[in-house]
Design a protein around this ligand. Structure first.
Ligand code: NAP
Length: 308
C-alpha cells in the first residue's frame, strides 16, 4: 500500500492533519509512539486558550481530537519511525517492525522537555526530580516542592502543585515572567507559592532522594539553601528530531526549517506543529499547521500528478 501522506506524531498538528486529510479524501496514516493522541497536552493539567473549550483538561482535549479523527476514519499505527528515505518518488519510513510507503510525509513529532543541567539533576531523576507536574505532583501532597522556570509551563505547574503541596517555591532566573500575564497574576496571588526571582539552581541535593536545593541570586550572588521534597523542571522544550535519520534541514536548536506553508527543503516532506521553526508554540498554532500542511500536501500531489 502506498499512502498519499503519512504523519509522524499524533499531537494537535498530526491529528488536525488527519482530520483535514480525511476530509480531502487522502489515504492518510498517523504513526505515533504512543497509542494515546495529544502529545504534550496529555501532560497539561488544563488548557484555557483554545477557543470554545475554556478550562478543558489536557487529557480530555487529546481524547476529543482523537475521537474527531476516528469519526472520519483516520488510520493510526503505534511505532517509532527511525528513518526516512526516498526511492523514486516514494518515501520509505522505517519502524522496527515495518516499512511504510507514502507519497508525502508530514513531520509533526512535537517537542519534549529540556533538562536544566544542574548538578544532582540526573542523579535524582524519578527520586524527587520530575519534568511533569501533572504526572508526578500527587506524590507531593502536603510536601514542599520547587518549580524552576518562568514560562507558561512553570506558571501553570506552580498553580497545579499549589493545590496539593504545602508550599511551592517558584525559581526563575529573571524578575519578569516569560509566560502569560494572566497566569503570572494568579501565581502572585496564590498564598502558598513563594517567588524566588533573579535566581538559578546551583545544585539539587540529597542522599537517596531530593532533600534540598542550592539557589544563587544572580544579582546579589547570595546563596540560599531551600529544603524541598521535590523539584519540577520547566525550562523550555526541545524539538523531537534527534532520533530520525533523513530529516530535512534543521536550525541550530534542532527545529525543522519551514514556514507557514510547512514546506521543508525536501519536496514532499512537510513539518507541522512545535517541531518547525515558528514564533508561537500553542495547541491552536499546531492545529493551524496541521491544516496548512495538508493544503501544501494536496498542492504537491497535484503537481506530481500533472508531471506524471
Ligand atoms: P518557555 O516559554 O521557553 O519558557 C522557558 C522558561 O525557562 C523561561 O522563563 C526561561 O527563562 C527559563 N529557562 C530556560 N533555560 C533556563 C536555564 N538554563 N536555567 C533557568 N531557567 C531557564 O518554555 P515552556 O514554559 O516549557 O513553554 C514551551 C512552549 O509551550 C511555549 O511556547 C509556551 O508558550 C507553550 N505553552 C503554552 C501554554 C498556554 O498557552 N497556556 C501552556 C504551556 C506551554 P527566560 O524567560 O529568562 O528565558
Amino acid at each position: 500500500m502506498i499512502y498519499d501522506v503519512i504523519v509522524l506524531g499524533g499531537g494537535p498538528a498530526g491529528i488536525t492533519a488527519a482530520i483535514y486529510g480525511k476530509r480531502a479524501g487522502l489515504d492518510i496514516l498517523v504513526i505515533d509512539e504512543s497509542p494515546k493522541s495529544g502529545g504534550q497536552i496529555l501532560t497539561t493539567y488544563e488548557v484555557d486558550n483554545y477557543p470554545g473549550l475554556p478550562k478543558i483538561g489536557g487529557m480530555e482535549i487529546g481524547e476529543k481530537f482523537r475521537e474527531h479523527a476516528d469519526m472520519l476514519g483516520a488510520e493510526f499505527a503505534v511505532g517509532r519511525v527511525s528513518s526516512i528515505e526516498k526511492e523514486d518518488e516514494i518515501f520509505l519510513l522505517r519502524t522496527r517492525k515495518e516499512v511504510f510507503r507514502t507519497r508525502t510525509v508530514i513531520i509533526a513529532t512535537g517537542a519534549g522537555h529540556r533538562a536544566l543541567g544542574a548538578p544532582g539533576e540526573s542523579e535524582h531523576m524519578g527520586m524527587g526530580v520530575s519534568y511533569c507536574a501533572t504526572c508526578d505532583g500527587a506524590f507531593y501532597k502536603d510536601k514542599v516542592t520547587a518549580i524552576v522556570g518562568g514560562g507558561n509551563v512553570a506558571l501553570e505547574d506552580a498553580l497545579f502543585l499549589a493545590r496539593t503541596s504545602k508550599r511551592v517555591y517558584l525559581i526563575h532566573r529573571r524578575d519578569e515572567f516569560r509566560g502569560d500575564k494572566v497566569l503570572a497574576d494568579q501565581v502572585r496571588a496564590t498564598e502558598n507559592i513563594t517567588l524566588v526571582l533573579d535566581s538559578v539552581v546551583e545544585s539539587i541535593n540529597g542522599q537517596m532522594k531530593v532533600e534540598s536545593i542550592d539557589v544563587k541570586n544572580v544579582k546579589t550572588e547570595e546563596m540560599l539553601n531551600i529544603a524541598v521534597d521535590g523539584v519540577f523542571i520547566a525550562v523550555g522544550i526541545t524539538p523531537n528530531t534527534e532520533r530520525i535519520a533523513g530529516l530535512p534541514e534543521r536550525n541550530e536548536q534542532g527545529y525543522i526549517v519551514a514556514g507557514e506553508d510547512c514546506e521543508t527543503n525536501i519536496p514532499g516532506i512537510f513539518a507541522a506543529g512545535d517541531v518547525r521553526t515558528k514564533q508561537l508554540r500553542q495547541v491552536i498554532t499546531s492545529a493551524s499547521d496541521g491544516a496548512n500542511a495538508i493544503f501544501s500536501v494536496q498542492r504537491y500531489l497535484n503537481t506530481q500528478k500533472s508531471k506524471g
